[in-house]
Design a protein around this ligand. Structure first.
Ligand code: AMP
Length: 434
């Protein structure tokens, strides 16, 4: 067979689907840090973990996000099961969290329920900087209890604290209120009245959204639509008394804890179910280009949309990959992977078996072990120890097996001594402590 024929036979290498990435070992410290910060924040604010399945009925999202929403129309991955059910890979968490709240009667236990999650989300987004098709969201939701603005301030403060723990300094908080069922319909009509005069000059998306979701026109990024956005009526001027008071209270709480914010009257967020508070966080400096690091808001009507009662609800989600992108771009250091503590080397077949048993004993005692048990020469094994930067080694040879002992070698100092196997755990613990 000629080399070209051979090449032809070689199957094409598989690659991860477009917009979907592997979490690779080199990034493990970032993920560890993020999960650690999430869990400790959750614990201190009294949040418990709720993880809905990745697949849910597609209708759950059609009902909550709105059939006309970008998320449902363009971005949701759906599949038909062999049994005929139409399921969706979750494009966001809140509807699944609310479904689970109802399914498990979480309304019967203490209210509000404070819930958090860390898991993958799927959106058939246009792949570009900060936009992936599978990404991890870290989120916190507060369901039930009172519709108290202190909770809006609480989730915003939590998001801010997480960013601060990750050493992402001076994040920019943009916040807005998009009103409620009382004040919003009136505003929408005014907005439609205003945009009607410019209908022909709008971009394709805005022309489509004009009739059903006029508020999304405020969020349009197309250059041709910017001049109209600037002059559009401002919802903040049209809020009802209750929404105004709610929004003012949140801002006051934020001021009390020294959280700076920018009121952005064009911030509406993409989904139909939000009411009153909406907010987003961005990195400062050029990393703002990566996009919002997280966002959230209040969604008091969502539970009704899926068969429950109206229920105060709010939350936020941070995008893990974007956080990591920002941490890398800003050269924020994360603690390295904890070092395996002791290197275990062997010489000879019998010693290899004994080393295998000794490793189990050490691990059971909580001592981390690095090894190169599949390599036979001591020289090759020590090369691995050197690569891993270890300074303490155990060596088992034929003689040690018969004497039921092991050599403990300080690789840095070049000194060594023989220790009985039954005493080695205590000996190592003492040395590692020192
Ligand atoms: P959203 O609910 O759409 O605002 O999403 C919450 C957070 O998830 C955003 O602020 C981003 O940090 C992150 N996110 C949203 N879409 C993507 C995406 N396509 N790729 C990566 N991260 C995303």
């Amino acid at each position: 067979m000629s080399p070209t024929e051979k090449q032809k036979e070689k199957p094409e290498a598989f690659r991860a689907p477009k917009g979907m990435r592997d979490i690779v070992p080199i990034d493990e410290p970032y993920w560890e840090k993020m999960e650690g910060v999430t869990k400790s924040t959750a614990r201190s604010y009294g949040f418990s973990r709720l993880e809905p399945p990745i697949l849910e009925a597609a209708a759950l999202y059609n009902k909550t996000s709105g059939e006309e929403s970008e998320l449902v129309l363009k971005e949701m991955y759906t599949l038909r099961t062999k049994g005929g059910d139409l399921l969706a890979l979750r494009p966001e968490y809140a509807p699944g969290i609310c479904r689970a709240y109802l399914e498990h009667s979480l309304g019967r236990v203490s209210q509000p329920q404070k819930l958090f999650y860390i898991g993958p989300v799927f959106r058939n987004d246009r792949v570009q900087l900060g936009h992936y098709r599978q990404f991890v969201q870290i989120g916190f939701e507060i369901l039930g209890g009172q519709n108290d603005p202190i909770y809006d301030a609480e989730v915003i403060t939590m998001a801010r604290n997480i960013l601060s723990e990750l050493k992402i300094k001076n994040p920019i908080l943009k916040i807005n209120s998009i009103g409620c069922r009382v004040c919003r319909p009136n505003y929408k009509r005014q907005l439609q009245g205003y945009y009607k005069n410019h209908e022909k000059e709008l971009c394709e998306d805005c022309t489509r959204r004009f009739a059903t979701s006029p508020m999304k026109l405020l969020d349009c990024k197309q250059a041709q639509c910017q001049p109209f956005k600037e002059k559009a009526p401002n919802l903040l001027d049209k809020l009802c008394f209750a929404c105004k008071a709610h929004f003012r209270a949140i801002l006051e709480y934020l001021e009390e804890v020294g959280a700076s914010y920018e009121i952005d009257s064009h911030l509406v967020r993409g989904l139909d179910y939000y009411n009153r508070t909406v907010f987003e966080f961005f990195a400062d400096g050029k990393e703002a280009e990566i996009g919002a690091l997280g966002g959230g808001g209040r969604y008091d009507y969502l539970m009704e949309m899926i068969g429950g009662h109206a229920l105060p609800a709010l939350g936020f989600a941070l995008g893990a990959e974007r956080l990591i992108d920002v941490m890398k771009a800003k050269e924020i250091a994360v603690p390295p992977k904890p070092q395996k503590r002791v290197f275990l080397a062997h010489a000879g077949t019998l010693a290899k078996k004994n080393a295998f048993v000794l490793r189990e004993k050490l691990l059971a005692s909580g001592i981390g072990v690095a090894e190169a048990l599949s390599r036979e020469s001591l020289g090759a094994q020590f090369k691995v120890a050197e690569k891993e930067g270890l300074s303490l080694a155990l060596i088992l040879g034929q003689k040690e097996v018969y004497e039921k002992s092991v050599i403990v070698r300080d690789l840095a100092a070049g000194t060594q001594e023989s220790v009985l196997i039954e005493k080695v755990v205590d000996d190592l613990k003492r040395r590692l402590k020192a």
